[in-house]
Ligand binder design. Structure first.
Ligand SMILES: NC(=O)c1ccc[n+]([C@@H]2O[C@H](COP(=O)([O-])OP(=O)(O)OC[C@H]3O[C@@H](n4cnc5c(N)ncnc54)[C@H](OP(=O)(O)O)[C@@H]3O)[C@@H](O)[C@H]2O)c1
Length: 254
């Protein structure tokens, strides 16, 4: 069996909607096996899974709450038992929180880290031995513009900014540590990105204002973010590691 006969097995978190679902659709092909996971919205995830199967991908699905300490091991074990290998992970699941100082406490900060930071570390710890056996070992995570662009439309996301910045710190040091193994570690930092059914953290008016504040004049589509993720996972990106690619229509230039 040659390497080209082997399906690349990719684990993607948060695939019921938005960016994770777009990543699944973007990566689905006869050359890929996708492990899709979400917390509880199994119905929408299964719809995404069917679309990916129609594109020729082998697909399995599993629900897990990533704030559960055993979740990462469960997901990686599932990938190995179901598909026989694991080549790449996309740590996407997370959430934005625009509570201002005075409206959150240290417990809220811990919860933000429990979702936006700790699962990245747990997934890496569980998956790294498998990724090391691959010739396309890749780790990609989804960061956020809120770490760089503070106060767009007078909105701040302190909890999200802190937890995503921490993940960026883990990722850059991990990229250095894993570089000689051939595994690359990169992040994509989206600007405001369309959400199905609106954005719990942002009002429709603020959403319009976000598009106006973005130099390109529009917010991102989830597919814009998925395209950047696909690049980092590609064979062509084998010499790119430790990078954060901002996909934000120029928001970071303002
Ligand atoms: N949309 C934006 O404007 C924007 C901007 C910058 C960065 N981002 C980042 O992009 C990533 C995806 O955002 P999105 O807008 O595509 O979000 P989304 O449409 O709300 O989807 C979030 C996904 O993450 C899952 N998830 C949430 N909490 C989880 C948990 N505790 N355990 C397991 N899965 C969980 C959700 O599962 P269930 O639905 O099953 O609960 C869902 O599948 C996030 O990391 C976010 O911070 C988004």
């Amino acid at each position: 069996m040659t390497q080209s006969d082997i399906k690349r097995v990719i684990l993607i978190t948060g695939t019921a909607s938005g960016i994770g679902a777009a990543c699944a659709r973007r990566l689905a092909s006869p050359e890929t096996a996708l492990v899709l996971t979400t917390r509880s919205n199994q119905a929408d995830m299964e719809t995404v899974a069917r679309e990916c199967r129609d594109m020729g991908a082998e697909v399995s699905t599993i629900t897990a709450d990533l704030t559960d300490p055993d979740a990462a091991k469960t997901l990686v074990d599932h990938a190995i038992q179901t598909h026989g290998r694991l080549d790449q992970i996309v740590s996407n699941a997370g959430r934005g929180d625009k509570r201002r100082f005075g409206a959150f406490d240290s417990n809220d900060l811990r919860q933000a880290f429990d979702l936006n930071t700790v699962p990245f570390l747990e997934l890496v710890n569980c998956a790294a031995p498998h990724l090391e056996r691959s010739d396309r070992g890749r780790i990609v995570f989804i960061s956020s513009f809120v770490t760089y662009n503070v106060g767009v439309n007078d909105t701040i996301f302190p909890l999200t900014a802190a937890s995503k910045a921490a993940t960026e710190g883990l990722a850059s040091t991990l990229a250095y540590q894993l570089a000689s193994s051939g595994i690359t570690v990169n992040g994509v930092a989206p600007g405001y990105t369309r959400k199905e059914g609106g954005h719990a953290a942002i009002s429709p008016e603020a959403w319009e204002a976000a598009a106006k504040a973005t130099p390109s004049g529009r917010i991102a589509e989830p597919a814009d973010i998925a395209a950047a993720v696909a690049f980092f996972l590609s064979a062509e990106a084998s010499h790119v590691t430790g990078q954060i690619l901002r996909v934000d229509g120029g928001l970071s230039l303002v």
